[in-house]
Design a protein around this ligand. Structure first.
Ligand SMILES: Cc1cc2nc3c(=O)[nH]c(=O)nc-3n(C[C@H](O)[C@H](O)[C@H](O)COP(=O)(O)OP(=O)(O)OC[C@H]3O[C@@H](n4cnc5c(N)ncnc54)[C@H](O)[C@@H]3O)c2cc1C
Length: 385
């Protein structure tokens, strides 16, 4: 919506995949399995029963990561004299490792890997340490995590990219629009550290509130609403009811999901991203032909039809950004450009709509230099080193 209003968005290619979402049963597909399960003894295993994370320790983390199962298991009881289990490597490392195991044919029956705490800790311990996980899976899926391993795989978790805002006021590039939290971009670089969303919301939520209040106070005259714009939005919203035999919003949603999952997922490459952009073009066209049955009350198909244009804009922005960033950095991984490019580390990819707006309008993209780090922050970082 911000983009349709003319605002800049940045870093849309940076999407965080959490390594352990449930992949099975279907009723809980995508639901998150907290890092706590691995922190309390759960281990990732492939279909051969191998703790494969030992095969994926990157050079950068080698010195601080256990190399054997014995050492990793000893770490749970003694963090000081043993190195940490590779099951708890950063999210993007674990997510890529799971992806590789599945692609190599060593995945679980439903396309993930196994996360096993059942055979490693007593049932009473699991229920005490992980009560919400235990209840969630018992109630929603009939899975007893004290008795059987879970099937998990990477799941889309967090958007690092979003609306470009001023760091002090959270003002977007469109006057009167303020953004804070996950919808804003640029706060977490290319990959957010777990837990940092809470502090983001507290700090930048307050700034956005103050910024918006100052803006409102400084205004003179009454704000006006363009009645023609309101009419146009209303007409677009109800148009699917007047169509017969058009596109089914659920099918469209599924096709969009499948396109993004298979072509703009955790590991990306140029040809697949171009293919995705073509497919997104087709989906945008189909979205203009959605038709709906039933009435306006309690109609989830209508909700979905209303969401589709935003989903298509966000998906297109992500695919475009991912194609433009020819490197791998943080949450963005390109197997045709496997390493980071120092030059690209100095820019944000900025996207905006200019003359034409809306989900069918083109999105322009260009790199722009990152803001200079303030001297006092630079000094703090150097002190930290
Ligand atoms: C499973 C999971 C676990 C997480 N765990 C942690 C954690 O432990 N620690 C941590 O720091 N972060 C965690 N995160 C990330 C963190 O929860 C989110 O980044 C954070 O909640 C985002 O807050 P927000 O206010 O920016 O957005 P949201 O909480 O998404 O709020 C946006 C609100 O806007 C509403 N909205 C949307 N569209 C419209 C519209 N058109 N009109 C009106 N309202 C609208 C939505 O209904 C929603 O209420 C987790 C995320 C997930 C998914």
């Amino acid at each position: 919506m911000a983009m349709w209003a003319g605002a800049d968005v940045i870093e849309m290619e940076c999407v965080q995949f959490h390594p352990t979402g449930m992949v099975w049963p279907l009723s809980v597909r995508g639901l998150l399995v907290t890092e706590g399960v691995r922190g309390d003894g759960g281990a990732l295993e492939n279909s051969e029963g191998r703790r494969f994370m030992f095969d994926y320790i990157p050079e950068m983390f080698r010195a601080e990561t256990a190399e054997t199962e014995e050492e990793a298991d000893a770490w749970y009881d003694d963090h000081i004299n043993h190195r940490r289990t590779p099951d708890l490597l950063p999210r993007d490392e674990v997510a890529r490792a799971i992806n590789s195991e599945v692609k190599a044919g060593r995945g679980s029956p439903h396309g993930g890997v196994f996360l096993d705490i059942a055979s490693r800790r007593p049932a009473e311990y699991i229920r005490r340490r992980l009560p919400s996980m235990y209840h969630q899976f018992m109630e929603l899926a009939g899975v007893d995590i004290t008795a059987e391993p879970m099937e998990v795989g990477p799941t889309c978790h967090y958007m690092m990219g979003g609306v470009r805002v001023h760091p002090e006021t959270q003002a977007a590039t469109v006057p009167g629009l303020f953004a804070a939290g996950e919808v804003a971009g640029g706060m977490h670089g290319a990959n957010r550290l777990g837990g940092n969303s809470l502090s983001d919301l507290l700090v930048f939520g307050r700034r956005a509130g103050t910024g918006a209040a100052d803006f409102a106070e400084a205004r003179t005259g009454d704000p006006t609403v363009d009645a023609a714009q309101v009419e146009a939005v209303l007409a677009e919203a109800v148009a699917p009811f007047a169509r017969d035999g058009g596109e089914n919003p659920y099918e469209l949603h599924q096709d969009l999901q499948a396109t993004m999952q298979s072509l703009v997922g955790i590991i990306r490459n140029g040809p697949e991203l171009e293919q995705a952009l073509d497919k997104l073009g087709e989906l945008r066209e189909r979205a203009g032909k959605v038709s709906l049955g039933g009435g306006r009350a309690y109609n989830p198909g209508w909700n979905l039809a209303t969401d589709l244009p935003s989903m298509l804009t966000v998906s297109t922005a992500i695919a475009q950004g991912a194609l433009a960033r020819k490197e791998s950095r943080g949450g963005h991984t390109r197997d045709d450009y496997p390493g980071p490019d120092p030059e690209l580390g100095k820019v944000n990819f900025v996207q905006r709509q200019t003359d034409e707006r809306g989900y069918c309008a083109p999105i322009h993209i260009a790199p722009e230099p990152l803001p200079q780090m303030p001297a006092e922050l630079q000094a703090l970082l150097e002190e930290g080193h």
